[in-house]
Design a protein around this ligand. Structure first.
Ligand code: 13P
Length: 249
């Protein structure tokens, strides 16, 4: 069975004080031991979080560069993450794809680099409202998956990939996808994996839902058969993040 996975994406939020507060809360909370928890603070606070957070919770970067090291002002390398005991990174978040103009190819290249360097990847995909209304949701996601697959060596490489489906229209809007909307896309992603990668990869890959997940809606979403966890934005900064971690019945 797939282990339920809950990620917290702090995005560009927080201060030393507030981040320390979140860590303190998580350290003190009763978390379901059957859930894998990973939090992604801004890069400036990665070391602080890793130092104070208990070792059962992993820490992720929100981005990483696809070169080993050198003259790349402003970037962080995979080896620097490893050196800092940061074992995960988010890649392909829609905010990076749209605001920072990362193409499918750039995201795929970074993903390959991270996996080759031994870092797990929370790889995000999702359609815009315009895509959805035009009936292009699955086309967009398939294209994103295709770019990812073509850069990975083979089925083995998927072991350290967690897929996050985040419809752009649901991110930060309070407009969560319905259970049915989410399940439909998750099922389609799993089917795509089965047909284009392997049956084992389809069976084993965790597919997370992201977009306005809250303590209120998480329990119902967690019941869907292809929803294996969440990638949480705004609510990961609040005490209700613990309820989301513990949402799987
Ligand atoms: P919200 O939970 O704030 O909608 O953000 C979702 C997200 O983008 C997580 O990566």
């Amino acid at each position: 069975a797939r282990k339920f996975f809950v990620g917290g994406n702090f995005k560009m939020n927080g201060t030393i004080e507030s981040v320390k507060g979140i860590v303190k809360n998580l350290n003190a909370a009763q978390l379901d031991p059957n859930v894998e928890v990973v939090i992604a603070p801004p890069s400036l606070y990665l070391l602080l979080v890793r130092e104070h957070l208990n070792s059962k919770i992993e820490v992720a970067a929100q981005n990483v560069f696809d070169k080993p090291n050198g003259a790349f002002t402003g970037e962080i390398s995979v080896s620097q993450l490893k050196d800092s005991k940061i074992n995960w990174t988010i890649l392909g978040h829609s905010e990076r794809r749209t605001i920072l103009r990362e193409t499918d190819g750039v995201v795929a290249s970074k993903t390959k680099f991270a996996l080759d360097g031994g870092i797990g990847v929370i790889w995000c995909c999702g359609e815009s409202l315009e895509d959805r209304e035009a009936g292009k949701t699955l086309d967009v996601i398939t294209k994103q998956l295709e770019a990812l697959r073509s850069s990975l060596a083979g089925p083995e490489a998927w072991k350290n990939v967690v897929v996050a489906y985040e419809p752009i229209w649901a991110i930060g809007t309070g407009k969560v996808a319905t259970n049915q909307q989410a399940q439909e896309v998750h099922e389609a992603i799993r089917k795509w994996l089965k047909e284009n990668v392997s049956e084992t990869v389809a069976e084993e890959t965790r597919i997370l839902y992201g977009g306005s997940v809250s303590a209120k809606n998480c329990k119902d979403l967690a019941k869907e058969k292809d929803i294996d966890g969440f990638l949480v934005g705004g609510a990961s900064l609040k005490p209700e993040f613990v309820d989301i971690i513990n949402s799987k019945q």
